[in-house]
Design a binder for this molecule. Structure first.
Ligand code: ADP
Ligand code: MG
Length: 297
């Protein structure tokens, strides 16, 4: 049976806003050596704002493109999708009265999404997607570099296989992330950031956070691979919110899901859910796990 100290620690964890799905997870928390963290929606708010939009094809009807784009993105779950939908609405992209059907909607893992709207093939995503579809040539590299140096996430939009628009989008660090990282480092934990986003964006976040190793441009299975490598240093936790984090949450010794606005699959897969999203509760919970192990509650 579960020791009294563990039961007591689970109750304490609940008061901190941590839903722990069993005593062994709390004990494992106390033994962690490494904590891997997703970037978007975990270290950052996951609330993007579209900063700038640049047309690559001057002949394209921007209103049409924005409308098609918003049809596709309204089916997507990535936080950048809702920013794009809002932007399109704000800039008057509307359907008129026509019934719009999105065919062949697809999530392109680690890249973005695609689908067919009004007979047009729309694809939207990151540089990995743009590179695979051979869109990078002829792009305004000075503009792209300037967006990258500002730590902005770059979004490529193509219609019928051709690049039409690029957008820059900004997200913000969670206000408590820096303090949480500092406290976890003080507990002797090694930290790693695992993201599907670009290295530039990840490095920008790292500069604000301090001591955390960066692993960028990862597919969901890439997050698992890095996690397995990190495990060589000892018991490893993973904190994430997205569909793309679920395999890594499952592979970790302790999977921790963001409770507010986290995806159902992340919550389902994780061993612990952070119901308040407050990252500072992580080091507190690790301490709690350590105390429970030593039965000094
Ligand atoms: P992460 O949430 O760690 O950034 P993902 O694997 O979900 O990782 O996505 C990787 C990248 O693909 C994102 O950073 C983003 O640039 C791009 N992306 C994903 N989904 C979309 C989408 N619906 N619209 C535009 N870009 C997307
Ligand atoms: Mg995320």
């Amino acid at each position: 049976s579960t020791p009294v100290t563990t039961t007591c620690a689970i109750a304490q964890a609940a008061r901190l806003g941590l839903l722990v799905k069993g005593g062994k997870h709390l004990e494992a928390l106390g033994k962690l050596k490494v904590v891997a963290m997703d970037k978007t929606g975990t270290l950052t708010e996951g609330c993007f704002q579209i900063i700038e939009v640049h047309a690559l094809n001057k002949e394209a009807d921007l209103q049409d493109v924005l409308f098609w784009l918003s049809c596709i993105e309204s089916k997507a779950s990535h936080p950048i999708a809702s920013a794009i939908v809002d932007y399109a609405r704000l800039h008057g992209a509307q359907s008129g009265n026509a019934e719009v059907v999105v065919d062949e909607f697809r999530v392109l893992p680690g890249e973005g999404v695609s689908g067919i709207v009004n007979g047009h093939k729309i694809a939207v995503g990151n540089e990995r997607l743009a590179s695979r579809l051979l869109w990078l040539e002829g792009a305004d590299s000075a503009l792209l570099e300037s967006w990258k140096s500002q730590g902005l996430t770059i979004c490529w939009i193509g219609v019928d296989e051709k690049p039409i628009l690029i957008m820059s989008a900004g997200d913000q660090l969670r206000p408590e992330a820096r303090e949480a990282v500092r406290d976890m480092r003080r507990l002797g934990l090694r930290l790693a950031m695992l993201t599907g986003d670009s290295l530039e964006v990840a490095n920008n976040v790292q500069r604000k956070l301090g001591q955390i190793d960066v692993h960028a441009q990862l597919l969901p299975e890439g997050k698992v691979e890095v996690l397995q490598q990190l495990k060589a240093a000892g018991l490893t936790g993973m904190v994430g919110d997205g569909i793309n984090d679920a395999p890594a949450l499952a592979a970790a010794d302790v999977g921790i899901a963001m409770g507010v606005a986290g995806t159902a699959i992340a919550m389902e897969t994780a061993d612990i859910a952070l119901m308040t999203n407050d990252l500072r509760k992580l080091p507190v919970a690790v301490r709690l796990g350590q105390k429970a192990r030593r039965k000094i509650l």
